[in-house]
Design a protein around this ligand. Structure first.
Ligand code: ARG
Length: 466
């Protein structure tokens, strides 16, 4: 295999590559994933060359047909990848030459692997972002459906993980919907910068052939050819940007996972995860562990790590292309695999989530969640807020002493704290009253939650069209 003539660049070399170096520098083990985009890019390049009279029509047709045959062979498993041929690009080119002969040797005219690989990765990531958008949309739909069913469900809202004020469970779920909507906007924005074409930059300086980059960009569905050839082959900022967006998204899924882990514990008991998303313990027969959210929380670490790897990969590279950039692919692929997996399993798991409304309501009753409502009541009766705050503080202390909720104190006791308190106070001390009172845009009143869900559904439908 270690035959000098086998390598397209071996002309100026007198010694074969060291066998270990050959394996060490090869990327075909992982970049073969780009085969489809590599062929897509080559076909567009060949068509452009023919249109410009650099290749004959016959040569172009032979190249296109040959590349299509190779794609077929790769997809049926009838292609053997060679490590001495280093990467996906040289493997495919060598196979083409073997298949169609002379014309195959002309494909690389006016091109370099440097602009080729940058183009392949951009085509690949563009498709993946589109798939991620679909997966995110599905997760958002599952969330909306769940939020709609739970718009009236009372749960304790927390700050500092202490009961703060009652909220609608639907409202809580819609908070996650909003975070995912921003994640999608970030990916949409990132895609615009991914969708720029490096091809034509050749090794770094452009090429002496009369190429038409605008035509190639059109064939490949890129928004435009990149302006500067050195920039086109060297920067991987679009990958860094993607991994940053992916990290923020994973951070959201990780936080959400943390809530599911807490909520499904015996101590909270707010939700039950389906058995299909949990596992047991090999020693403790009673256990049902929330493995899926735990694993998503755990995988978040490696996604953050990939972002850091890419930033570090880039930071000290002089212009233009350096072999360092070959290291951009594994972090990207691993990010994509884990992100897609996490999004799918998360949506499946949420679709089967069983909320325990009674438990949530019982938990909302603990910890005086309507204390702020009592203070607001006093303010409406003319008491300054700071005084009202102090009055309610004393009432809470009394309720604690008596081991009851504020709503269970007698009118007489309450009036002992402030004479402005009247019989109507009890309607605002209930959880339902407290919920319904937060009745403005963005508030937790079920009426507002349902309106938010309607707006979200409409936005989701529109996003589908655009
Ligand atoms: N396998 C290389 C990469 O992934 C392709 C470009 C190599 N170019 C070069 N001049 N060595 O970046």
């Amino acid at each position: 295999m270690n035959d000098l003539t086998e390598k397209p660049w071996s002309g100026r070399f007198q010694e074969p590559t060291d066998a270990f170096v050959e394996a060490f520098t090869a990327s075909v083990g992982f970049d073969r994933r780009l085969y489809r985009q590599d062929i897509q890019g080559s076909i567009a390049h060949a068509k452009m060359l023919a249109r410009q009279g650099i290749l004959t029509e016959a040569e172009c047709e032979s190249i296109v047909a040959g590349l299509q045959r190779i794609q077929g062979r790769i997809e049926t498993g009838d292609f053997s990848w060679s490590i001495p041929l280093e990467d996906v690009h040289m493997n495919i080119e060598a196979a083409l030459i073997q298949d169609i002969g002379e014309a195959g040797k002309k494909l690389h005219t006016g091109r370099s692997r440097n602009d080729q690989v940058a183009t392949d990765v951009r085509l690949y990531l563009r498709e993946e972002i589109d798939q991620l958008q679909t997966a995110l949309q599905r997760l958002q739909t599952v969330l909306l459906d769940l939020a709609e069913r739970e718009a009236e469900t009372l749960m304790p809202g927390f700050t500092h993980l202490q009961v703060a004020q009652p909220v609608s469970f639907g409202h809580h779920l819609m908070a996650w919907f909003e975070m995912l909507a921003r994640d999608r906007a970030r990916l949409r924005d990132c895609r615009r910068r991914v969708n720029q074409m490096p091809l034509g930059a050749a090794a770094l300086a452009g090429t002496t052939y009369p190429i038409d980059r605008t035509y190639t960009a059109q064939l490949l569905g890129f928004e435009a050819p990149m302006e500067n050839s050195l920039d086109a082959v060297s920067d991987r900022d679009f990958l860094i940007e993607f991994c940053a967006a992916a990290s923020i998204l994973m951070m959201h899924l990780s936080r959400f996972s943390e809530e599911l882990i807490l909520w499904s514990s015996a101590q909270f008991g707010f939700v039950q995860l389906s058995d299909r998303f949990c596992t047991g313990s090999s020693i403790m027969p009673q256990k049902k562990n929330p493995d899926v959210p735990e694993l998503i929380r755990g995988k978040t670490g490696r996604i953050f790590g990939h972002l850091m790897a890419l930033l570090t990969l880039m930071k000290a590279q002089p212009l233009a292309y350096n072999k360092d950039n070959q290291e951009d692919k594994e972090p990207l692929f691993d990010t994509l695999d884990n992100l897609k997996g996490a999004l799918k399993v998360f949506a499946d798991m949420l679709a089967q989530l069983r909320p325990d409304r009674a438990k949530m309501k019982a938990a909302a009753r603990q910890g005086f969640p309507t204390a702020t409502d009592l203070a607001d009541y006093l303010v409406r009766k003319g008491v300054p807020f700071r005084d009202a705050h102090a009055i309610v503080g004393r009432a809470v202390a009394r309720a604690l002493e008596q081991g009851c909720d504020l709503s269970e104190l007698s009118l007489e006791t309450l009036r002992g704290f402030s004479p402005v308190i009247e019989e109507d106070v009890f309607s605002i001390l209930t959880l339902e009253g407290a919920l319904a009172a937060r009745d403005h845009l963005g508030g937790t009143a079920p009426r507002q939650v349902r309106a938010a869900i309607r707006r979200a559904r409409a936005a989701l439908e529109n996003a589908r069209d655009s």
